[in-house]
Design a binder for this molecule. Sequence first.
Ligand code: SF4
Length: 214
Amino acid sequence: MNNISKTMQILAKKYPRSTTTLNSMRGNSTPFEILISCLLSLRTRDEVTDVVSRDLFKVARTPEKILKLPDKKLKKIIFKTGHFNKKAEILKSVSKELIKKFDSKIPNSYNELISIKGVGPKTANIVLAFAFGKLVLPIDIHCHRIPNRLGWIKTKTPEKTEKELEKILPKKYWRDFNSAFVQFGRETCLPVSPWCSRCPVAKFCERVGVGRSR
Ligand code: SF4
């Protein structure tokens, strides 16, 4: 077994899939709710995304209902997620586009999803993976940073990371990858001063570009 497989087995076991907010929405939320929660989750802690999403879905769980919400009320509900002015604007414009171009349904193709203003590659892959069960790799900052540190890949952008991981990561680990790396990046392989001294995969890591660590 190579180091990638060994690392994946350790991290997937330590960080089960269901423990991040977006992962836990698989199978019990609509594609629209998953998309909206993903948009709310940008630069926000999971616990906050969770609570705010629930509050919002109590009053609006369709594009039409989001559009009908007065701006002031929408901003008040999503205030805690931060960047609430921008996020309110995006929720409204995404809802408008869904109604106009997709008959209020969430498209299940990557190209259609990223054609919606405000939906980027990571969000599109989150929706494809968690709402439609497609085998794709949603790449956020943790999923981009850590495989580079481990020495698996050498990439400058999350988009390149996705392409390179598609080549080297065995498909049987794709469903576990996002959840494991997001949680690992929040707890141990932090952006600055990672906890290498208590890292469960330290012996498989090349620590590329890691300066100060703990
Ligand atoms: S050894 Fe350090 S840099 Fe490597 S994966 Fe672990 S925490 Fe991250």
